[in-house]
Design a protein around this ligand. Sequence first.
Ligand code: DGL
Length: 274
Amino acid sequence: MVIDERPIGVFDSGIGGLTVVREIIRQLPGESVLFFGDTARLPYGPKSKETVMLFARQNAHFLMNRGVRSIVIACNTASAVALPALKQEYSVPVLGVIEPGARGAAAATKSGRIGVIGTRGTIASGAYEKALLAINPDFEVHSAPCPLLVPLAEEGWVDHEITRSVIAEYVEPLLEQAIDTLILGCTHFPVLKNAIRQVTGGEIKLIDNAIETARSLAASIGPNPDPGRESSHNFVVSDVPHRFREEAELFLGRPIGRVERIFPEHLEEIYGEQ
Ligand code: DGL
């Protein structure tokens, strides 16, 4: 049997997508991963669709140039805007985080009343609502943009009274709608899961789309014939901000190793060469 040793390519606007890498490493042992975090140009959440589309294309192109076997858009905002185009433009499997999250929520809900939290870009796109209603048109979807949770997660305030107050402010209107399931529709939010649970209580199911995305990836690339084989995990970013390593290790859940830097100008250049 021929073993495909090419890495799985994963990109995000920053390092929140490392929550998805963490799950890929956990669920797909023996697979190599090449992660690109566009830390110089984040956040994507408040940017226009056109800008997010262009950045997503450049990021995907960069990963393809490095010979990846699939592309995971580990960013809700970029998935909401760019998934259909990137699926068409590349021959390798391209996955976003929204459909897997929607499938996870559809399987978990009993009442059909589902909440979604994410960036402004993700919520404004209506992508989760669309994906959920495509599964079941009777679902009732209630969404809330939660932009302040992104910097709180990056700051590492994962167990902090202020974080819980901000979560309560955003999530209480959804709880009033009697949701029984809440999609964490932003790659930063899995690190805040405990704080979110303290606000929502144990009854509400929290859907971590990192877990669901790694599951979908496993289904799309098939079983690894040699899970014990040596694999590599490489990290490339477009800027190395202050506290980068601490933040990255919080999202990845382990030490990060060597990090390569590539300037946005270089991404533009590679993209322009096609
Ligand atoms: N990674 C983004 C997402 O999942 C959050 C950060 C940003 O706004 O770029 O939507």
